[in-house]
Design a protein around this ligand. Structure first.
Ligand SMILES: *Cc1c(COP(=O)(O)O)cnc(C)c1O
Length: 358
């Protein structure tokens, strides 16, 4: 027997979600974004599960791409954040990685680089996010310079949305308009949409979609959304009750005694804490399922354990199954309760949690 904290990854759900993303623009391509260890789901396992259908993969940096190449993933891999130092270009070329480029200075570094094979570049425009990218006013010139270099095999036009998850705002339409105006007359593939763009902004669906969070079955939106409702959760975070106690009114639970019973209560201690990646911000009342019955967190989440309310639940003994999020409770709901987004919950799962692939 081992500590029961487990993240079960449903690879068939990830495949279902990828197909849903692809179906939003079936004539175009969808790159599966598996940066940050596939949002905590395991980059190699997810890449292998999608290898037959995904046209390409997207990661943040060369270390993440190396891991995939060493695991035998042969599909194109895009470095979404580009290269950080020019010496990476040799490896990028050797390993046939695709590479984002986000500034005119980088184009000059490429022009000076000695690469074995020309590289497929994705030239990023800052259409309003103001993080990375070539300014719209300088984009045409940057494109002309890059596409003419012998180091460039091709150039795809790319931008990224700041607010696609808030479809009621005009921001995304403005970014699309800025991008389209600045790229007018350029004949090249275009990529704009992350998950929220793919799901909610038809005009943003171009040659390549870049779905990330939706592959893992969480919604990028705060409100219910038609496509989001069709996603299947890919991660179930579960553990077990390891101790049970009956408390009297006036007795408290956990660090700092933040919860005090007002009536007799039965409390279960669960092997799951913030060092597993379960958020410490999950306060009293955060939903959890115990043997399929709805319950709630009581008191503070500690490093290795948390407490749940077993009062009035039927047939709970030590070893009872606890779902923190997954098929019965969505990661979106937990994230919302904690003032965060499912991205941080998934990427926060630590290596102490056993991963099981189904
Ligand atoms: C992470 C990332 C994505 C995927 O975003 P989601 O919101 O998870 O779909 C797409 N494009 C770029 C450039 C990214 O960095």
């Amino acid at each position: 027997m081992a500590r029961a904290a487990t993240a079960t990854i449903h690879l068939d759900a990830i495949r279902h979600n990828y197909r849903l993303a692809k179906s939003m623009a079936p004539e175009q391509q969808a790159m599966a974004i598996i940066k940050a260890n596939a949002y905590g789901h395991g980059a190699i396992e997810v890449a292998k599960a999608l290898e037959d259908e995904a046209a390409a993969f997207g990661v943040a940096c060369i270390e993440e791409a190396v891991e995939l190449r060493e695991a035998g993933i042969a599909k194109p891999i895009l470095l979404l954040e580009g290269f950080f130092t020019p010496d990476e270009l040799a490896y990028i070329s050797e390993q046939n990685l695709w590479c984002a480029v986000h500034s005119p200075a980088q184009i000059e570094q490429i022009a000076a680089a000695d690469v074995a094979n020309p590289i497929h570049f994705w030239l990023k425009m800052d259409s309003g996010m103001h993080r990375l990218g070539v300014l719209p006013s300088e984009y045409r010139q940057a494109y002309d310079r890059l596409v003419a270099l012998p180091q460039a095999a091709s150039v795809t036009l790319m931008t990224h949305f700041s607010s696609a998850d808030e479809p009621e705002l005009p921001v995304t339409a403005e970014q699309v308009a800025t991008f389209d105006a600045a790229t007018q007359g350029i004949e090249a593939p275009v990529s704009m949409a992350n998950s929220a763009g793919t799901m909610a902004h038809a005009t943003a669906r171009r040659s390549w979609q870049r779905p990330g969070i939706m592959l893992y079955g969480a919604s990028p939106f705060a409100a219910p959304q038609e496509i989001a409702d069709q996603l299947k959760p890919a991660m179930s975070l579960t553990s077990e009750v390891i101790a049970i106690r009956d408390l009297e009114p006036g007795e408290s639970v956990g660090y700092s005694c933040t919860f005090t019973c007002e009536e007799p209560m039965r409390i279960g201690t669960v092997a799951m804490g913030y060092a597993d990646g379960y958020p410490r911000y999950a306060g009293t009342g955060t939903p959890v399922m115990v043997n399929g019955q709805k319950s709630r967190i009581i008191g503070r989440v500690s490093m290795d354990m948390l407490a749940v309310d077993l009062t009035g639940l039927e047939g709970i003994e030590c070893g009872a199954h606890v779902e923190l999020w997954g098929e019965q409770i969505s990661a979106n709901e937990i994230a919302d309760r904690c003032g965060t987004i499912p991205y941080t919950l998934f990427t926060g799962i630590t290596r102490r949690v056993h991963k099981v692939y189904k």
